[in-house]
Ligand binder design. Sequence first.
Ligand code: ADP
Ligand code: MG
Length: 515
Amino acid sequence: MSEIVNTFEAQQQGRPTGPLVHGYEVIIGFETHAQLSTASKIFSRASTAFGAEPNTQACAVDLALPGTLPVMNKGAVERAIEFGLAVNSHIAERSIFARKNYFYPDLPKGYQISQFEIPVVQGGAVEFFLETGKGAELAREKKAVRLVRAHLEEDAGKSLHEDFIGQTGIDLNRAGTPLLEIVTEPDMRSSTEAVAYAKELHKIVTWIGICDGNMQEGSFRCDANVSVRKPGQPLGKRREIKNLNSFKFMQQAIDYEVRWQIEQIEDGHAIEQATVLFNPDTGETRAMRTKEDAADYRYFPDPDLPPLCISEQWIEQVRGLMAELPRVMAERFVRDYGLSEYDATQLTQSQALAKYFEIATQICGQAKLAANWVLGEVSAFINKRDIAIDDVEVPNPVALGEVLKRIAIGEINGGGAKTAFQQLCNQQFDGVADLATYILHVDKIIQDHDLKQMNDSGALETIVEEVIAANAKNVAEFKAGNEKALNALVGQIMKASKGKANPQQVNDLLRSKLA
Ligand code: ADP
Ligand code: MG
């Protein structure tokens, strides 16, 4: 595996940092709408609950009926502050709400309240690891996608094209639902990188709890702006793929769009700026409308809302109530546990996974061992069953920690621990058992499955000598300098000991006898 490369600098200097597609560089910028998890709407008291009967949750304020006035939801502002703090942004001390004017059936009021010139969250970056290639070609690069801004706005209603007595219906329940629109610089260079960014962003908003992250229900939807260019050329015209609500579709849509744009250019057609939709059934993108420019929306400050003022004290108060952030936790894992930056990042994919790792570490006292097991055996188990780390089927981290402790003190070896882990997976406890129970339980598994490592060096020596005597060919090869021949001998000895020898002891003994 190659080393971790930080490509941020190259990116800032405008050098291509992603794979070229038929000689073209792919440029991607994201606009993501994260629905904020407040109980009520951004400017009214109506409920934001999902799935209610159509048009039962839109109140007069959401529809901007004459005589109503919007009032800012404090919880929505606090969530925007939390996001800004999570991605190292500047929180504006004074930001402005603006009216974005356009006509659409799901927007009977004729304008959307959003932020235009002065958004509440400015700058910042989302950092993540990008994996490319497989096997020996596997490379991990550290990427940083810069954010331009994140602003507060209200959602519009929804057109129901299906299931409405053969016509299109309008459901205004969603009108006024609080959104945070998060806009990146055009920093991404491949569909894989775009998906990695979106996953990281999804992790951040769900980790800090400002958004439930439910993509099917539309709580987290991404618009991907895509263009292509020959390296060194100015940015090409972009097309914006709207409302991608699954990571799989995101990848498919961008890949299709890139191929389509390159074909157009190669055929001598210019790309026109447009808004397109992805059709998951055909795997194609299709132009929906030519893209408006900001000027078309006739933005102006909303006269009904005062400027949004955020004091330093308020920011600090919000900061004080926030849980440890994933990147801060990852830094702590590197510092306190001596883990690699990559492992630390993997272990902080979710709060539940990080917690699982920390409990197992606490019990066994060896963070690296625990990290290897959580990212190896445990992750393989949950992936295979397609379950979450906090599912009841997953062995309790205290039990895993107890098994790992037995490796640490030399009672069992890695192979024995795997057997013990399998046993833990097969046996579930009702409710949560305590450490004392797990100690007894692990004792019993070790006994029942005869997993105790061979610690009698006399017996081991006999086996080693027998194996050396019976494998003259491997011995000769090793003496001639073939290191791999030693592995074959180790394998024979492990087998002869029924997997119970200590691999390190076997190695040491073999080397000293063959020296
Ligand atoms: P608008 O306000 O019209 O949506 P912006 O300039 O704010 O346009 O850009 C919207 C998004 O498009 C941003 O995420 C930005 O990074 C991205 N973007 C801008 N230019 C390009 C381009 N040439 N190729 C790909 N993405 C782009
Ligand atoms: Mg936009």
